[in-house]
Design a protein around this ligand. Structure first.
Ligand SMILES: [Zn+2]
Length: 346
């Protein structure tokens, strides 16, 4: 792996994002529960942390069958629980670590009353205590270990694609969206495999979800949503032009799409208010694709949200502080929506 810029490998203390630093932080959690939800293709532990009590759900049927009967409560009746459940998934594409930083700062707020900068967030803290909050800060350890950039602030698109996708046998950088034409990518024929992929070259965002065997990271997340039955889950990604929510998604019910659009608008308004320059508010997903979060939705019934945080590339600069503020704003708006209306995706 190339060191394309030294600053990509350093960060302020509040910016916990490295594989070892994140695990060390999770080891020190006292008021939450930390557990291993599975192992990556390369054999590394995938860990979750939860705050708030687990309230099991009794179900009589599958999500598909419950929708067909017009009785979604047969699959999951929120009245069985005292609190909604929000699941937050960090860097699915493991060089996109800005969401991981937001997760750990929220964990610190819940544990110690301040973020890792020492700042209080009374509203966010109060909202987070009214849900069961489950977070998977690093769901894709192989890519995180292989592409250990801590940030891409001030970088170029080439920097982003180098650490995200990697370098082909001919020395050319694999770029987006051409990278999506290969699944898995040919790891043995590549000079460097970026953080997008597990050690088998699978981009879990586009796994073969109905195959007899999926990537171990995909399996771990599917099992987690099956066990948790969250009301909503949020997957964090990052790109050069965020922050924005990708919505609505046309494979989902109109109710889900409605809630996605509302939440996207609330977050964009919040970012605008806080001077955090939303990338157009939200982006429509036009291709009708079936993604990791779509698979997680049809497994659990939960409202899926996919948020793109900014990397702060030279083309759209953001500082470390601003990126963390953007992530905490997203979490606060998503939590408030759940506390106020319970997400109600069905
Ligand atoms: Zn991504």
């Amino acid at each position: 792996m190339q060191i394309r810029r030294q600053s990509f490998f350093t960060s302020p203390d509040f910016w916990i994002s490295g594989w070892e630093d994140v695990n060390e932080y999770l080891d020190g959690i006292r008021t939450g529960t930390v557990w291993e939800i599975g192992r990556s293709q390369g054999g590394h532990p995938i860990r979750a942390v939860a705050f708030g009590q687990h309230e099991p759900v009794e179900r009589r049927t599958t999500y598909s069958s419950a929708l067909a009967s017009g009785h979604p409560e047969d699959f999951y009746d929120p009245a069985q629980r005292t609190m909604p459940v929000l699941l937050v998934i960090g860097a699915v594409h493991a060089a996109e670590i800005e969401g991981t930083v937001a997760c750990l700062n929220l964990a610190h707020i819940l544990e110690h009353g301040t973020d890792l900068r020492g700042r209080t967030h009374a509203e966010l803290h109060g909202l987070a205590r009214q849900v069961r909050l489950v977070m998977v800060p690093l769901p894709q350890p192989d890519g995180r270990i292989r592409a250990p950039v801590r940030n891409l602030i001030g970088g170029s698109e080439d920097d982003l694609y180098y650490y995200g996708q990697g370098v082909l046998a001919d020395g050319s950088i694999l770029r987006w969206p051409a990278c999506k034409r290969l699944q898995p990518v040919p790891v043995d024929a590549m000079q460097f495999v970026g953080g997008y992929y597990n050690d088998a070259g699978v981009n879990i965002q586009h796994d073969d979800f109905l195959a007899p065997q999926v990537a171990p990271e995909t399996r771990a997340l599917l099992d987690l949503v099956r066990a948790e039955t969250p009301d909503c889950f949020l997957t964090f990604h990052s790109c050069g032009s965020g922050p924005f929510l990708i919505a609505p998604e046309n494979h989902l019910s109109s109710r889900c799409q409605f809630h996605q659009v509302q939440i996207g608008a609330l977050i964009a308004a919040r970012h605008r208010r806080d001077g955090l320059r939303p990338g157009g508010g939200m982006r429509v997903e036009p291709r009708g694709g079936f993604y990791l979060h779509t698979a997680l939705h049809f497994t659990s019934g939960a409202l899926p949200l996919l948020f793109e945080l900014p990397h702060g590339l030279a083309s759209k600069p953001f500082s470390f502080e601003e990126i963390l503020d953007a992530g905490l704003d997203v979490l606060e708006e998503v939590l408030r929506y759940g506390v106020c209306c319970r997400y109600a995706p069905r």
